[in-house]
Design a binder for this molecule. Structure first.
Ligand SMILES: [Zn+2]
Ligand SMILES: [Zn+2]
Length: 256
């Protein structure tokens, strides 16, 4: 049983073979998937998949790159969606200083608004961070995000920052990059994260794990991430799968 906690199966890259990709995930032992929507179109796509497939859940939020597009109506819509039985988290949200479509100040404001919405509706949050670590962690601390906790998705930072996040009730999720040959630090950090704080994800269609690096990623490849982290931890893949799935069930409030 593998839990892919972050997938974009709603992306256009899966337009032609989405159902086959989902079937392949099931065949490879993936028992649960959270599909992430981060703007109007992809939120609709995530809900549609969550309503179609029993084992698919949705996270809904506004991506920092597109923060400038989020209106007050959108925020109200997110609040309504928080009542949806298959919506298990808000996000992905956060800061992304790699792209400059949305100014930093707008990103921060939209991030803060979504954290406060999550506290109001009592859902965990999924955090996207790119080249903005200090600001992301400061905002989480200032806004008391520990009240709801959540996931540092596709984590690539230091152990020290991971610790600050875990102190706020966050889980640390690893994706494809932890399997890359030259990924010394992600491997060292993953080895040190306590078992009850670890999650695995694909972030597909992006960031395919080794040995499929460069190809379109899909949920069935989460097994490569499980194998890598089990190896780093010196435990069996079965144990790693079980513990990370238990963590995801606890975090998302999913009753098996
Ligand atoms: Zn992301
Ligand atoms: Zn994502």
């Amino acid at each position: 049983m593998l839990f892919d906690t972050h997938a974009h199966l709603n992306a256009d890259q899966f337009e032609d073979d989405r159902d086959e990709v989902i079937q392949r995930a099931l065949d490879e032992g993936v028992s649960h998937i959270v599909v992430v929507g981060f703007d109007r179109k992809t939120i609709h796509g995530a809900l549609e998949l969550a309503e179609t497939y029993d084992f698919i859940y949705a996270a809904v939020g506004w991506h920092p790159v597109d923060a400038i597009d989020m209106t007050e109506e959108d925020l109200k819509w997110l609040e309504e969606l928080s009542e949806h039985p298959k919506v298990v988290a808000l996000g992905e949200m956060g800061l992304d200083y790699h792209w400059d479509k949305s100014p930093k100040e707008v990103q921060k404001e939209v991030f803060r608004k979504q954290i406060n919405l999550a506290k109001k509706v009592k859902l965990p949050i999924v955090i996207h961070n790119r080249e903005a670590t200090e600001d992301v962690v400061s905002i989480l601390e200032e806004e008391n995000a520990g009240e709801v906790g959540g996931i540092m998705h596709c984590y690539s930072g230091s152990l020290e920052i991971a610790q600050r996040c875990m102190d706020m009730n966050f889980y640390i999720s690893f994706g494809g990059p932890v399997t890359f040959k030259n990924a010394k630090r992600p491997k060292e950090v993953a080895a040190e994260i306590p078992m009850d704080r670890l999650l695995i994800e694909t972030d597909c269609p992006f960031l395919s794990p080794h040995p499929l690096r460069g190809k379109r990623n899909e949920s069935s490849y989460v097994k490569y991430i499980a194998e890598q982290i089990a190896d780093l931890k010196g435990i069996s893949v079965e144990e790693l799968a079980q513990k990370t799935s238990d963590n995801a069930f606890r975090l998302f409030g999913i009753n098996r």
